[in-house]
Design a protein around this ligand. Structure first.
Ligand SMILES: Cc1cc2nc3c(=O)[nH]c(=O)nc-3n(C[C@H](O)[C@H](O)[C@H](O)COP(=O)(O)O)c2cc1C
Length: 379
């Protein structure tokens, strides 16, 4: 049971909002949309999560267009699907009026499925990838902006720009993005999408308390990836990603959700398993580094705690106490036990993630994602 004075249970400002505690349900794709629209299953999944009393729930990667899907049954954010998103939020807020709900929005870029979508590249396209033109990127930017405003209209409390894990947003930032147009080459060009979009969104949002943040991979572990010095280097060199984070703070983002790696490529960096457990220490280091850079100007979410099972609680508290992160995110643990925070607070037994990778395998096979050990019917 968590001590009633545990820092994990303490409230904290996120932008102009107040999160009821420091538990973040990280975005976890369910692959259960119906032609891109929110399904009953998704509403059930997220309502259950809301019953768990998480401080913040980040709704999984929502594609900005139906040709930008990494998952065959990925949700697509569009005006046509607005009623479904409104129903999702209404159901979650009924379960917990205090939860902060963020929509993660994304374009899947190179990770778009070739059998049901259109893989795109910003540079060095593989034979099956379409090299995006300047105008096509302009259009993707328009979709990010319009869909953020749609998220506001749907009643979400904020939006998370997905700039991590090898997707389009992440590819933009890479040192390897040496496009010769305004979207590549210099640091300014590689961060243009972010800075222009945030400025326009801020000017157009009606709700000035709408939370804005982004998820990054501090180091991807590939040549020319985020967290490297140049297109020819895979070695960790974080100075430029430091500048990205400072830019986010300068733009007035409310938080950065620090992650690392590319699922399916450098998967262990993103989601350590029992055989790669110690990668969690890198993720702790990255969150601490981000926090040291931004101080109080922006909140920092830490990632990759599921591998620690019950030991993660004390380490999460320690990281919060030491000021190495402001919020602690759990990914796979949300599938194993959506009621995790409330169970801990009430001293009930928790189903800890077994690190079997069953959920990841379902996702890779384009099946509906769930915990295969605890399939979610626990009351
Ligand atoms: C099945 C599955 C789906 C995921 N979906 C997303 C997603 O939509 N967006 C995202 O940023 N990360 C996604 N992730 C990564 C998780 O949010 C998280 O960063 C990762 O699992 C490591 O955290 P953990 O050790 O607590 O599980 C997913 C991971 C898994 C296993």
């Amino acid at each position: 049971m968590l001590d009633a004075n545990s820092i994990l249970l303490s409230s904290l400002k996120l932008g102009n909002r107040t999160a009821q505690n420091r538990f973040v349900a990280q975005p976890m794709e369910g692959n259960d949309a119906v032609n891109g629209a929110v399904s009953e299953r998704a509403i059930e999944r997220y309502t259950k999560l809301a019953q768990g009393k998480w401080g913040v729930i980040v709704i999984e990667a929502l594609a900005v267009a139906d040709n930008a899907l990494a998952r065959k049954n990925q949700m697509v954010i569009s005006r046509d699907h607005l009623p479904g998103f409104k129903a999702l939020i209404a159901s979650m807020k009924k379960a917990d009026p205090n939860v902060i709900i963020l929509f993660q929005i994304t374009h899947s870029g190179r990770k778009s499925g070739k059998d049901f979508s259109r893989p795109t590249a910003l540079y060095d396209p593989a034979p099956h990838e379409h090299l995006l033109t300047t105008e096509e990127i302009d259009e993707i930017q328009r979709l990010f902006i319009e869909n953020t405003l749609l998220a506001e209209e749907a009643g979400a409390d904020g939006v998370d720009f997905k700039m991590c894990h090898g997707y389009f947003g992440c590819e933009l930032l890479r040192s390897g993005n040496q496009r010769s147009d305004k979207w590549g080459g210099s640091f300014e060009n590689r961060t243009r999408f972010l800075s222009e979009s945030v400025k326009e969104i801020k000017a157009r949002l009606v709700n000035k308390d709408f939370v804005l943040g982004s998820r990054i991979s501090y180091w991807e572990g590939i040549k020319g990836g985020c967290g490297t010095a140049s297109a020819d280097d895979a070695v960790e060199y974080l100075d430029e990603m430091d500048q990205v984070i400072k830019l986010m703070a300068d733009l007035g983002l409310d938080y950065v959700n620090v992650s690392a790696g590319i699922p399916g490529v450098t998967s262990e960096i993103t989601r350590p398993t029992m055989t790669s457990k110690w990668f969690y220490l890198h993720q702790f280091r990255y969150a601490r580094r981000a926090k040291a850079l931004v101080g109080d100007s922006m909140k920092v979410f830490g990632s990759a705690y599921s591998v620690l099972k019950e030991d993660g609680i004390a380490l999460a508290e320690e990281n919060l106490e030491k000021g190495y992160a402001d919020f602690i995110g759990w990914g796979r643990q949300t599938l194993a036990d959506p009621l995790f925070p409330i169970r801990l607070a009430q001293g009930e037994s928790v189903d800890y993630c077994k690190l079997c990778s069953g959920c990841s395998k379902l996702m890779a096979r384009q099946e509906q994602v769930k915990c295969i050990i605890y399939p979610g019917d626990k009351e």
